[in-house]
Design a protein around this ligand. Structure first.
Ligand code: NAP
Length: 274
């Protein structure tokens, strides 16, 4: 890599961000396409993240990925945005800052890769978790399905998520057995099962044989949720798919070229030591 004064600068901002796999993914694609750019991880601790993001304009950034806890601030900092929560920022030639959200579409790209017939198969979705990721995925899936049920440990967040959708519903956390039996697609979007976090005894035995299980946690790559699903012979999708496809959409927004998802998966598996 030959970094000069003309090299384009991109970054992921968040707190924490040192664990991020995005630099491996994007620098791999930058090399694949012979681009004069570099992508780094910037921990952003700030009482005023909106102002901090706007300051980056003066430093000449081309674009940013934004992760927890700055996704709302990113949308607020932008001059142009379609959503209240953004994971991608791009500085335009006229100096304006545009915000995008590629998380939901990235999840759907990954789902289509895993189960190309998902649109015919999936009518009832159950999303476990109503944090930023669960909400974004539920909202992206909603136009394509009959119902999206949110189940969340804190029920008020599930209610708030469901209320954003005409076909949004709430499933109580103590009704998971029933909900698992009724869903065609179950998306595990809590932090449960992440390395160092609590786990849960999911009622996988209740799941229909035709259902798809997706976990967005990717450390570890095979969570207990997915392991139990695979043991039952269900179609499963790991958390790298969403990571790669939201990133691919961001890369295309910045550089106008579609990067290779398979190459990214190989690099990320190596980085995870899998
Ligand atoms: P978040 O906004 O902090 O939400 C966390 C969610 O986990 C909430 O629904 C929370 O429930 C639930 N939770 C936490 N501890 C729990 C426990 N002990 N029992 C039951 N539920 C619990 O986080 P997020 O941004 O939505 O991210 C959620 C997960 O998705 C993280 O593991 C993150 O790494 C992963 N993620 C992956 C991708 C990808 O590309 N693959 C993208 C984004 C996020 P309460 O509301 O009750 O606290």
């Amino acid at each position: 890599m030959n970094i000069t004064a003309a090299t384009k600068l991109l970054a992921v901002i968040g707190d924490p961000v040192r664990h991020s796999l995005s630099p491996v993914m994007h620098n791999g694609w930058i090399a694949d396409h012979g681009l004069d750019a570099v992508y780094v991880a910037l921990p952003l601790k700030s009482d005023d993240p909106v102002a901090a993001i706007r300051t980056l304009k003066g430093l000449g950034f081309t674009g940013l990925n934004v992760t927890v806890p700055h996704k709302e601030a990113a949308a607020l900092a932008a001059d142009r945005t379609e959503q209240a929560v953004a994971n991608v920022l791009r500085w335009e030639n006229d100096g304006a800052l545009s915000a995008f959200n590629t998380d939901g579409a990235g999840f759907i790209d990954a789902l289509a890769e895993t189960a190309p017939d998902w649109r015919a198969r999936v009518k009832r979705v159950l999303v476990l978790g109503a944090g930023g990721a669960g909400l974004g995925i539920g909202q992206a899936l909603a136009p394509h399905v009959d119902t999206v049920h949110f189940a969340n440990r804190t029920i008020s967040r599930a209610e708030a998520a469901a209320a954003t959708l005409p076909n949004g519903r709430v499933l109580r956390w103590d009704e998971l057995e029933r909900g698992f039996g009724a869903a065609d697609l179950i998306v595990q979007a809590t932090t449960l099962g992440m390395s160092g976090q609590a786990t849960q005894d999911w009622p996988i035995a209740n799941v229909r044989g035709s259902a798809i299980l997706a976990d967005i946690v990717y450390r570890p790559l095979e969570t207990e949720f997915l392991r139990a699903g695979r043991a039952r012979g269900l179609v499963t999708m790991d958390g790298l798919g969403m990571l790669i496809h939201q990133g691919a959409r961001a890369f295309e927004l910045w550089f106008g070229v579609k990067p290779d998802a398979k190459k990214a998966r190989a690099r990320l598996l190596a980085a995870l030591g899998a």
